[in-house]
Write a protein that binds this ligand. Structure first.
Ligand code: GAF
Length: 380
């Protein structure tokens, strides 16, 4: 059964009637620009074909209900405040709450979810869920919420209802990406540019390698990185690390007394520049040449930001040894996925090389596939 069919069937099973419609929102791969979002910096994600589908319809009982193929018994809630709905239902209650807080009247709805976005793998399964629900509720309610406002509403659900201190990367990717494009986003102004991302035309591909080492955001490490960045910006007297350029970096590092803060700041400042350099190369059609930037991004995450783990470092190294033009961890870190820019005919051999390296280290086997840039959230 396809994911849309599964969502539709789950709806009928739970609520005994047909859904009014189906809305889909994708997971994402971030090509480059990691942890830059909450530093007012730059990111460059593209949407995955894997997506979360919400089958939804109006609710006669004045409440919101949500179930999924993984949890068929609906979570039911009325008007709530943060903390009142917990567990996975908080992502949905959070969206209703954030929309309401943004001044919209959200009609009660019934929702059933199905998804093929791998969970907890750094591919934004939670943003896909929030964005699918948000898009469904907006359409069902006939709410006039401009596309550019939607990511911040979904982010608010995650930050202030679920309690995960994430930036705006994932929700922007899920909502604003376009098929065949990477999304260049300025996380300060929310300005975007859709960058054509035609790898096949150049004989290239992005191999996504799921390290199958679980990652978690609602934990101390992500929040600690965010605090360090804020502390570094404040010590430097700038609103955010976005305001430090590569040319100013050496002077800025001298001003920071603490070695950890120095390394965190160096990652953000150099990573922002790598995003800009990647965009410039893509504009010129020099896709293969972004490889070294991807690898430099990984090295910076490993050595300066300290968010990689052995499984992802091993995958990056094995992919590079197998001939990848560049490779890096994608997403928040501490596990999750690696992406490798490869010649299109080397997907199998690269995946096999990574699997061999994992077997030698006794790691759980990785899962690899070629990712193409899919569409953003929409009614389907
Ligand atoms: C996670 C967060 F949700 C994003 O906001 C972003 O910070 C990312 O980690 C790292 O780039 O996906």
């Amino acid at each position: 059964m396809s994911i849309p069919e599964a969502a539709r069937a789950a709806f009928t099973e739970a609520y005994g009637e047909e859904a009014a419609g189906l809305w889909a929102a994708p997971g994402r791969v971030n090509l480059i620009g990691e942890h830059t979002d909450y530093n007012d910096g730059f990111v460059l994600p593209f949407a995955l074909p894997q997506r979360t589908v919400a089958a939804a319809g109006p609710a006669p009982d004045g409440k919101w209900s949500v179930c999924s193929t993984l949890a068929p018994d609906p979570v039911v809630f009325g008007v709530t405040r943060p903390g009142e709905v917990t567990g996975w239902g908080a992502y949905v209650a959070g969206v209703v709450w954030a929309l309401t807080e943004a001044g919209f009247e959200v009609p009660p709805a019934r929702i059933a979810l199905a998804s093929d976005v791998p969970l907890g793998s750094g591919l934004s399964s939670s943003a896909a869920l929030e964005s699918a629900v948000l898009t469904a509720l907006i359409d069902l309610g006939g709410l006039d919420v401009p596309l550019e406002r939607r990511p911040a509403i979904a982010q608010r659900a995650e930050n202030d209802y679920v309690g995960a201190p994430t930036g705006i990367l994932d929700q922007s990717a899920s909502i604003r990406c376009q098929e065949g494009h990477a999304l260049f986003l300025d996380c300060r102004s929310y300005a975007i540019e859709q960058i054509p991302f035609d790898l096949a035309g150049q004989g290239l591909a992005i191999l996504v390698i799921n390290s199958n080492a679980p990652h978690q955001h609602v934990d101390g490490e992500y929040g600690a990185r965010r605090k360090s960045c804020e502390a570094a910006a404040s010590a430097l007297g700038v609103p955010a690390l976005r305001d430090v350029s590569v040319a100013e970096l050496a002077g800025a590092l001298e001003k920071l007394g603490d070695d950890v803060l120095r390394r965190r700041a160096r990652h953000i400042v150099t990573e922002n520049q790598r995003v800009l350099d990647t965009v410039a190369l893509l504009h010129e059609g020099r896709v293969r040449e972004i490889g070294p930037l991807l690898t430099a991004s990984h090295d910076s995450m490993r050595d300066d930001f300290e968010i990689t783990v052995d499984q992802v470092d091993t995958a990056v190294q094995a992919a590079l040894t197998a001939g990848a033009h560049g490779a890096r961890m994608t997403g928040g870190g501490f596990g999750g996925c690696v992406l490798a820019l490869i010649d299109a005919d080397r997907a199998e051999s690269t995946a096999a090389a990574v699997a061999d390296a994992y077997a030698q280290k006794g790691f759980t086997a990785p899962t690899s596939w070629v990712a193409t840039a899919g569409p953003g959230a929409a009614r389907i």
